[in-house]
Design a protein around this ligand. Structure first.
Ligand code: PLP
Length: 476
């Protein structure tokens, strides 16, 4: 059917609103538009570190700049592209939702796609019963906070230092880095920080019996911090003992990232709530999900007049649900979890070799394709002097001496695992190949080797970055 009134006739040339032509035509304005209308500071960061190449295409694990140069993406959009960019199965699912003229967001109805996605997700997490869909990871965290408070009648939420659960107010109240919180005023009351990996501290907090939930990332994204083998099991036992709900934030670690469907499976725990987002979107349609026990869910949605007591307009929209279903289909049919486990183990071993060879590499941590390479103060005098100088200007600045040449000289996109952090993180698409692993290992080895030469190109770059940082500081 036509959406134009019968008396309006448009010429051939005007018939289509053509996004592709619009993008091509305005591509030269990309950075100017952002400087003018969006976040100028982001543009400045990209220019300073030389990441302003202007990517124009993405396919699988690769990005392409305007000149057609191929880059290997180890960020995968902060972890959303588990199945790779523009996967044909995902594309097909989204276009067929549009082609089917589905009613979508009727609100006073229950859509079949949401039911199917909930059913398929719960097959992977059989000890949980219900799913609540959101539009982002932060919104899943907000929902978990509300569900926990409502189900327990308690106000407190315990979270870990170095935690990252998102940046909306509830999630920010559970953020373990003051940098994110400074300047934003009063946060949610009753939130209590405990050191990660410390059961005694957790017990002290929970024994007040005021804590509704303990929320934890099984592997912390900021720093790629992996708990001791008994930590999560101990935490679960403490939660049960003190009537606190145990919530696993698997927004980053979930859906195969660590070589298991959920990272908690490595430690055999069964949380009361599991939070998913990022990868479930296929990288295209924002989505989050709270997988939760029936008893908790039914405390929130306990009467017909409370059927809409929590929710949001776009939750359960058809495109997001189709993206989730297509993502699970690809993860299962392409055996991406197995591939993440295998390639991750290979990379981890290679990096451990580098840690033995290079004194600047302090530690290597990871599970599956969530890997952190941590740098630290060297022993030899010349290197130590250069390191200390750079660290005085900015904690964690050294990592940019690794990520910048990786990008510029080896066409690998990677970043630091958090603010003021010494860990470079790898979070690639789960379908990377052995050839990609060769590319990663060769490139990191070359850049790390260069960073051990003082004076040398890497440390000249260090001086440039330090000058920039000092100038920026003086301008404040
Ligand atoms: C563990 C974790 N939880 C929550 C979030 C917030 O997700 P979103 O950015 O979709 O709001 C993130 C985002 O990086 C995350 O890593």
């Amino acid at each position: 059917m036509s959406y134009l009134p019968a008396n309006i006739d448009i010429g051939e040339d005007d018939r289509i609103f053509d996004i592709a032509s619009l993008v091509a035509e305005r591509e030269p304005d990309r950075y100017r538009l952002h400087t003018r209308h969006l976040n100028e500071m982001m543009v400045r960061v990209l220019q300073t570190i030389g990441f302003n190449v202007g990517f124009t295409r993405g396919a699988g694990q690769y990005l392409y700049d305007g000149a057609g140069v191929r880059y290997l993406d180890l960020l995968s959009g902060w972890g959303v592209f588990a199945i790779g960019r523009n996967h044909p199965v995902l594309r097909e699912a989204l276009t067929s939702v549009l082609a089917e003229d589905l009613p979508n967001l009727v609100q006073m109805d229950v859509p079949v796609l949401a039911g199917l996605l909930a059913e398929r997700l719960l097959k992977h997490v059989p000890y949980l019963d219900k799913v609540f869909f959101t539009n982002s990871g932060s919104e899943a965290v907000e929902s978990a906070i509300k569900f926990a408070r409502c189900a327990t009648g308690r106000a407190g939420i315990a979270y870990c230092d170095h935690a990252f659960h998102g940046l909306s107010y509830g999630a920010l109240s559970l953020n373990g880095d003051p940098m994110f919180r400074d300047g934003f005023g009063t946060l949610l009351p009753g939130c209590c920080e405990v050191p990660f990996n410390n059961l005694a501290a957790l017990e002290k907090a929970l024994s007040t019996r005021e804590i509704a939930a303990f929320i934890v990332e099984p592997i912390q994204g900021k720093g790629v911090n992996i708990p001791d083998d008994l930590y999560l099991r101990g935490a679960q036992a403490l939660c049960r003992k003190y009537g606190t709900l145990f919530v696993a934030d698997e927004v980053q670690t979930g859906l195969g990232r660590t070589g298991r469907f959920l990272a908690v499976e490595h430690w055999g725990v069964e949380p009361d709530m599991v939070l998913l987002a990022k990868a479930l979107s296929g990288g295209h349609v924002p989505i989050g999900a709270v997988l939760v026990r029936k008893q908790i869910f039914e405390k929130v949605f306990n009467r017909m007049d409370r059927a809409v007591v929590h929710g949001s307009t776009f939750g359960k929209n058809d495109l997001a649900m189709a993206a989730g279903l297509a993502t699970l289909e690809v993860i299962e049919s392409e055996r991406l979890i197995q591939n993440a486990a295998r390639t991750g183990a290979r990379l981890l071993e290679a990096f451990q070799g580098m840690a033995r060879n290079y004194e600047l590499v302090k530690a290597v941590r990871g599970k599956g394709l969530m890997i952190g390479v941590e740098f630290g103060a060297p022993r030899s005098l010349k290197l130590k002097a250069a390191w200390t100088l750079l660290e005085t200007v900015g904690t964690g600045l050294f990592c940019q001496l690794i990520t910048i040449p990786l990008f510029r000289d080896h066409k690998i996109l990677a970043q630091v695992a958090g603010h003021a952090n010494h860990t470079v993180k790898l979070l690639p698409t789960l379908g990377i190949t052995d050839a990609d692993c060769d590319w990663i290992e060769r490139s990191f080895d070359a850049v790390i080797a260069d960073s051990h030469r003082v004076p040398g190109a890497v440390w000249s770059l260090g001086k440039t970055l330090a000058d920039h940082a000092l100038k920026a500081r003086a301008a404040r």
